[in-house]
Design a protein around this ligand. Structure first.
Ligand SMILES: [Zn+2]
Length: 263
C-alpha cells in the first residue's frame, strides 16, 4: 500500500468529487493520504476531507508564504488544531519560504515560519516544509527548530516536493528531516534529482503527488491526483534498484513514523 503524503483538496470540490478522488486512489493502491492546507479555505478543505475519511486521510494545516505580511495570526492555526477531533491533524503544513514567486515578503515569510515552528514544538507536531530559492534561510530556521525540538527523533518533519541538491538533502537529513519526492522526479530533465533520490536513506524517504500540481510522467496534460502516485513509486523503485512493493512498504512505514499510524 502506498501513502500520498501531500494532497491539496480544492475548497470548491463537492463531496462526490472528493469521494471519487479518494476512491480512485484506493483502487490504485494508494490507501493513505495526507490532506494538506496552506491558507484558511484550504485548511478547512483538508479538515473536511479528514472528517469524511477518518480511516484513510489525515490533515495538515498551516499558513504558507502567501499569508506572510497579511496580519494572519498563527493563533488561528492553534485553534484549528485544538478544535479538530483528536488525531485528525497529523502535522503543521505546509509552511515555509518561497523567494522565487514572492521575494518581496522574505522577511515576513521567515517571521511566519518561525512562529509556526514554535507552535509545532509546543504541540509536538511534525512540519511539512516548502522551500524554493530559499535553501540557506530554510536550513537556518530548521536548524534552530531541531535544536529545540523535544519530540521523537523521526517525527520532526519533511521537506516536501524536494528539488534541491544532494548537499541540501544531506543538511536536512542531518537535522532529522525526511525528504519527499513528487512527480518532478519523473520529468525527463530531472537526472540530477533522480541521483539525489537514489542516495536518500531508506528510512527517510517519502513520496507525494502534490495534487493538483506536477502531474507525473506518463500522465502529463491531466490534472494531478493521488491515483497517479504509483508512477512516482515505480520510477523511484527503478532508480533505487528495488521492487515497487518494497518501495511502497518502506515509504508507508516512514509516513506512519512521521505522521502517526492512527489511520
Ligand atoms: Zn503543497
Amino acid at each position: 500500500m502506498l501513502t500520498d503524503t501531500h494532497v491539496h483538496f480544492r475548497e470548491a470540490m463537492t463531496p462526490d468529487e472528493i469521494a471519487g478522488m479518494v476512491g480512485r486512489a484506493s483502487a490504485a493502491g494508494v490507501g493513505r493520504l495526507i490532506a494538506v492546507g496552506c491558507e484558511p479555505d484550504a485548511n478547512a478543505a483538508a479538515l473536511r476531507v479528514a472528517a469524511m475519511f477518518p480511516e484513510c486521510v489525515k490533515a495538515a494545516v498551516a499558513y504558507d508564504r502567501s499569508l506572510a505580511g497579511t496580519g494572519a495570526r498563527v493563533e488561528g492555526i492553534r485553534e484549528l488544531i485544538l478544535s479538530a477531533p483528536v488525531g485528525h491533524v497529523a502535522a503543521i503544513g505546509e509552511l515555509g519560504l518561497d523567494f522565487h514567486y514572492t521575494p518581496e515578503t522574505a522577511e515576513a515569510q521567515q517571521a511566519l515560519m518561525v512562529e509556526q515552528l514554535a507552535l509545532a514544538r509546543e504541540l509536538r507536531l511534525p512540519v511539512i516544509v516548502h522551500s524554493r530559492e530559499a535553501d540557506q534561510e530554510t536550513v537556518a530556521l530548521l536548524s534552530a527548530h531541531a535544536r529545540q525540538w523535544g519530540g521523537g527523533s523521526d517525527r520532526i518533519g519533511v521537506l516536501h516536493c524536494f528539488t534541491g541538491t544532494e548537499s541540501l538533502a544531506r543538511q536536512l537529513l542531518d537535522l532529522g528531516f525526511m525528504i519527499s519526492f513528487s512527480g518532478i522526479v519523473t520529468f525527463r530533465n530531472a537526472d540530477l534529482l533522480r541521483e539525489v533520490a537514489r542516495g536518500i536513506p531508506a528510512d527517510r524517504l517519502l513520496i507525494e503527488t502534490d495534487t493538483p500540481y506536477l502531474t507525473p510522467v506518463p500522465h502529463r496534460g491531466r490534472p494531478n491526483e493521488p491515483c497517479y502516485l504509483p508512477a512516482i513509486a515505480a520510477l523511484l523503485a527503478r532508480v533505487r534498484g528495488m521492487d515497487v512493493e518494497e518501495l511502497a512498504g518502506l515509504t508507508t512505514a516512514n509516513s506512519e513514523k512521521l505522521f502517526g499510524s492512527g489511520l
